[in-house]
Ligand binder design. Structure first.
Ligand code: SF4
Length: 211
């Protein structure tokens, strides 16, 4: 059986931003840095610095590696808080912006917690997201609804990885801040439907010959 490629936790965010961007980065190995990604990287480097420390009965572990084969996920947590009295684990994710109405940041955090649960056979009730711009910490309850959403997204990203395909561009406002805009050329690729047309024409024939 073909070995399935592990899904980096970062791919969940890339998929949230744009499935095509996710495929370009993870299926086609394209990457380009822009102002937004550079700023995010500097923030994570700052968070990554430093040895574990203990304050008021909480041990703060930085850059914690996770690998959860059942979930097919792999990645690095910004910060893990360990309550030395109760053993409670709280993953903390750092974001450069501010809290948003959509659930994408929470989904990434929930995926981190589920990785820890698989690895350490523990139950994690909550996590937290620290928003750099607003300087606010948001506590996130990892309830069944958020867990379901998280598993659904992991499944969608797994299907994208396994398809080895890159979806067509859908041009939108988000393209203006996309690090891959020049490589993707969304205005052109969104309009260029000729490849999709030709693929569709030959679909039946390919299916016949592959049987
Ligand atoms: S430029 Fe737009 S369509 Fe292309 S990868 Fe980026 S966000 Fe997606």
């Amino acid at each position: 059986m073909e070995d399935l490629k592990a899904i980096p936790l970062s791919a969940l965010q890339h998929y949230a931003f744009c499935p095509r961007q996710c495929a370009l980065i993870h299926n086609e190995q394209l990457w380009a840095e822009n102002w937004h990604t550079a700023k995010g990287n500097v923030l994570h480097e700052r968070v990554d610095e430093g040895l574990p420390e203990t304050r008021n009965g909480i041990r703060f572990e930085r850059s914690v590696q996770v690998h959860a084969p059942k979930l097919r996920l792999v990645g690095t947590l910004d910060l893990l808080e360990v309550n030395l009295k109760t053993g409670e684990l709280t993953p903390v994710e750092y974001k450069k912006g501010k809290s948003k109405a959509d659930n994408w940041d929470r989904i990434q955090l929930c995926a981190q917690a589920m990785c820890l649960e698989e690895m350490r056979s523990v139950k994690i009730v909550k996590g937290a997201i620290w928003y750099w711009r607003s300087r606010k910490r948001e506590e996130v309850l990892l309830d069944s609804s958020l867990r379901e959403q998280t598993l659904k997204v992991v499944q969608q990203v797994a299907e994208l990885f396994d398809s080895h395909k890159t979806p067509r561009a859908i041009y939108g406002k988000h393209c203006e801040s996309c690090s891959l805009k020049d490589l993707c050329n969304p205005r052109l690729t969104a309009k260029d439907q000729s490849k999709a047309y030709v693929d569709e024409l030959y679909k039946d024939r390919d299916e016949e010959t592959s049987e």
